[in-house]
Write a protein of this length. Structure first.
Length: 117
């Protein structure tokens, strides 16, 4: 478990600076393990992280699920809608799908958000 930094509206220069800083620290011998997710706008993030998806993310963090079907049953929601939500969240990196039989997890203890103006 760890933390994820979400950046909204960062420029390519901002992203490049972040990567370059991590590379420099790594080359200096520091162990660097950071996870970042960048969105072009708040609206893009809001389309991804709907209230139902945020509820799913929080539930999955506390209760990993063996499958989408099991998760839908645990949440009392329609399978198809949960499947779509899992696909969207997994594609963005907010949840993990494990093919080794451990199912679905939300690996983040903390999600920090930074909004560039």
């Amino acid at each position: 478990m760890g933390s994820l930094s979400i950046h909204i509206g960062d420029s390519l220069e901002d992203i490049g600076s972040r990567v370059l800083d991590a590379v420099r620290r790594s080359e200096a011998g520091e162990e660097v393990s950071e996870d970042h997710l960048t969105f072009d706008s708040f609206e893009t993030l809001a389309r991804l992280l709907t209230p139902k998806r945020l509820e799913l993310l929080r539930y999955l963090h506390r209760h990993p699920a063996a499958s989408v079907r099991a998760l839908a049953q645990q949440l009392g929601r329609d399978y198809r809608r949960v499947h779509d939500d899992v696909d969207a969240l997994a594609s963005s990196g907010l949840i993990d799908r494990h093919n080794n039989g451990t199912g679905l997890t939300a690996p983040w203890d903390v999600i920090e958000t930074r909004l560039a103006l």
